[in-house]
Design a binder for this molecule. Structure first.
Ligand SMILES: Cc1cc2nc3c(=O)[nH]c(=O)nc-3n(C[C@H](O)[C@H](O)[C@H](O)COP(=O)(O)O)c2cc1C
Length: 316
């Protein structure tokens, strides 16, 4: 399976079909430009940026890399209109939308010549993406860090389901931290991969060192899906997680849960490194990440392990 010549590398004009997922408090211009400079596609995570902060990061991106890159916009946050206006004004060429309907913004972005990708966790939304005219889909499974689908479909089951539902190019996301996992996702029908946790824990990620260290020391079972009543999100266990769990178990209302979450919990945990009271978003794959590496090394390891796995399979 050629890594460098498929529908995803052609769509974005990149070397490897490896997308660094947009991630609140992790993926500013430093991480995104490092990924693009290695031949993947770096995405700025607009979800944790005020509009003018996004503009600043876009402008820094333009000087930090001459390779393709994009912006991720979770549609559930406020200031969407302003963020989209800045994206158009600044001439951004690729936008990944998530956490909302693809029908809302796709046509507008495409009118401005922008390539649009939407993140889905089920086949119903994959079909909506096709109707809305998106160029490609990220299919994100239950293992993934951050916000998650209610259906709890794992990547292993989700990719073939989405493959059947649409002919659009697919990037598999959720639980991918090595070339072996990349190859598996592509064997299931994906054209490329979107990786979050592995890059969130890289040197160039803007996450706090305490968050990164806490995550790389975690084991299987240490991340769980939380806040299923409001917006499901995969979190590392900590005091905040236990508070949410206790509230959910005694039947707290969505309003109470939203209040407990408050504003700024993710910033507190991921960016400020408060590992007790913050919201620690990370995927199951954290249990197999034991080191904080620079992006260049992450790419070397991914490509080498992909090629190794491919040749091992050939011997079967
Ligand atoms: C810390 C963190 C923050 C995230 N923030 C966002 C976000 O703002 N927008 C989004 O679409 N996805 C977000 N995600 C999901 C990632 O973009 C990606 O799809 C996911 O992490 C892939 O699964 P993995 O963590 O197993 O690699 C986030 C993930 C993490 C770990």
């Amino acid at each position: 399976m050629s890594l460098s010549n498929n529908r995803i590398t052609k769509l974005f004009n990149i070397k490897y079909p490896v997308i660094q997922g947009g991630m609140v408090w992790c993926s500013g211009w430093r991480l995104a430009s490092a990924v693009s400079n290695q031949g993947g596609l770096g995405l700025l995570g607009a979800g944790s940026m005020y509009p003018e902060v996004l503009r600043e990061h876009i402008q820094k991106m333009k000087t930090a890399t001459d390779k393709p890159w994009g912006v991720n916009v979770p549609l559930l946050y406020p200031s969407i209109e302003e963020l989209m206006q800045i994206i158009v004004e600044e001439g951004v060429k690729i936008v990944f939308t998530s956490a909302g309907s693809p029908a809302k913004w796709t046509a507008h972005l495409k009118q401005h010549g922008i390539t649009v990708v939407h993140v889905v966790a089920n086949s119903k939304f994959a079909k909506k993406c096709e109707d809305a005219g998106v160029d490609a889909i990220v299919a994100e499974g239950f293992e993934a860090g951050g916000h998650n689908g209610r259906e709890e479909t794992t990547t292993m089951a989700l990719i073939p389901i989405i493959r059947k539902a649409t002919s659009l190019p697919i990037m598999a996301a959720g639980g991918i931290g090595s070339g072996e996992q990349m190859l598996a996702a592509m064997a299931l029908g994906a054209d490329g991969v979107q990786i979050g946790s592995l890059f969130a824990l890289s040197e160039e990620s803007s996450a706090h060192q305490a968050f990164k260290l806490h995550a790389i020391r975690s084991h299987e079972g240490d991340t769980l899906l939380s806040m299923k009543k409001t917006t499901p999100v995969r979190l590392l266990r900590n005091h905040f997680f236990e508070q949410v769990k206790e509230a959910e178990e005694r039947g707290a209302s969505p309003e109470e849960l939203r209040e407990l979450l408050g504003r700024g919990r993710a910033k507190k945990g991921i960016f400020e490194g408060d590992i007790d009271e913050g919201e620690l978003e990370i995927g199951q794959v954290a249990a197999m990440i034991n080191e904080i590496k620079p992006v260049a090394q992450i790419f070397d390891d991914l490509i080498n392990s992909y090629n190794g796995a491919l040749s091992n399979l050939g011997k079967l």
